[in-house]
Design a protein around this ligand. Structure first.
Ligand code: ADP
Length: 266
C-alpha cells in the first residue's frame, strides 16, 4: 500500500479485510452487479459495506430487515399530509434515485413480497417499478444493491428465483483469522495486544464448543464489546460473562459450560 492510499484509507470507517473482498466488491460495483454477503452475525458484514461505500464515494442506505418488512416499506407509500395524500419514497427508492449503495441487512427476514421489487433491480434491467405511482425508476450507474444473510436461516433467498439469485456476486464471510481478529479488537476497543490475544483465544475455544443448543457463537462483535468494557475498567472475566456468555444464552447449563471455557482461557 503506498502513502497516498494509506492517507485515503485513514478517513474511512475502519475495516480489516479477510481476503480479497475489497477488490471483488469494487469490481462488482464497477460492473453494476449486485452483491450477496453471507456470514454469521457480527463478523463484519455491515462494517465492510460502510467501508466500501465510503471508499467508492457513494452514499449508503442501510435497511435492517425484519419479519414485518414488506415491499411498501422499501419502495414507499402514500401518506396523508397537509396538502392531502403525498407520495413518500421508501429507502430503496431513495437509494435508486440518488445512486446510493443500498444495503439490505438480514434480507431473509423480510416478507416474501419484497422479492417482487428486488428482482428487476438485481438483474440487467436495474429497474424499480413503483406500482402505486406508475413510475419505473432506472437505477443510475452508481447504484448498487447489496444484501446480506446468515446462512443459518434461509427464507427469502429460497424465494428469489435461481435466475435472479445467480445475478448476485456472492461473498462468503466467516470470522476473521486470529491475527486479523486481534488487530480488530485492539483497534475497536483500544485494549493492549495481550488482552486482544486473550479474547481471541477465548473466542476460538467457544467456537469449538459443540453439543450445546447455541444459535450463534462468540462473534467478533461480542469480543469487541467485552474488550470495550475491559478497557473501561471492568475485570476481563466479568466483561466476558456479561458481553459474551450472557449474550449468547439464557439457558443456565449452557451458560455454565461457556463460563467454564471463559475461566479456563483467561
Ligand atoms: P455483521 O454486519 O456481520 O453482523 P458488523 O459489521 O456489525 O457485523 O460487525 C460488528 C462489529 O465487529 C463492528 O462494529 C466492528 O467493531 C467489529 N468488526 C468485525 N469485523 C471487522 C472488520 N473486519 N474490521 C473492523 N471491524 C470489524
Amino acid at each position: 500500500m503506498d502513502h497516498a492510499e494509506q492517507q485515503h484509507l485513514a478517513g474511512l470507517p475502519f475495516y480489516a479485510p479477510q481476503g480479497g473482498e475489497v477488490a471483488l466488491f469494487t469490481h462488482a460495483w464497477r460492473q453494476r452487479m449486485p452483491v450477496l454477503i453471507k456470514g454469521p452475525t457480527g463478523c463484519g458484514k455491515t462494517r465492510f459495506v460502510e467501508h466500501m461505500a465510503a471508499r467508492l464515494g457513494r452514499p449508503l442506505v442501510t435497511v435492517s430487515c425484519h419479519d414485518d418488512l414488506g415491499a411498501a416499506d422499501l419502495v414507499g407509500r402514500h401518506l396523508i399530509g397537509p396538502q392531502g395524500t403525498e407520495w413518500h419514497d421508501g429507502p430503496l427508492a431513495r437509494a435508486v434515485r440518488s445512486g446510493a449503495i443500498c444495503y439490505l441487512d438480514e434480507v431473509v427476514e423480510a416478507r416474501k413480497d419484497t422479492t417482487v421489487v428486488l428482482h428487476p433491480l438485481a438483474d440487467d434491467r436495474r429497474q424499480l417499478p413503483i406500482e402505486r405511482t406508475g413510475e419505473q425508476l432506472q437505477a443510475p450507474p452508481g447504484f448498487m444493491l447489496v444484501i446480506s444473510y446468515n446462512p443459518g436461516y434461509q427464507n427469502l433467498l429460497k424465494s428469489l428465483k435461481p435466475s435472479t439469485r445467480q445475478r448476485f456476486v456472492a461473498l462468503d464471510f466467516g470470522y476473521p483469522d486470529a491475527a486479523t481478529e486481534r488487530a480488530i479488537v485492539q483497534a475497536e476497543a483500544g485494549v493492549d495486544a495481550g488482552v486482544a490475544a486473550q479474547l481471541v483465544h477465548l473466542a476460538q475455544g467457544l467456537r469449538r464448543l459443540t453439543g450445546h443448543d447455541l444459535e450463534e457463537t462468540a462473534s467478533t462483535r461480542l469480543l469487541v464489546m467485552a474488550a470495550r468494557l475491559a478497557a473501561d475498567g471492568l475485570p476481563l472475566r466479568a466483561a466476558c460473562r456479561a458481553a459474551i456468555v450472557d449474550a449468547l444464552t439464557d439457558d443456565a447449563d449452557t451458560a455454565a459450560a461457556l463460563a467454564e471455557v471463559v475461566d479456563a482461557s483467561l
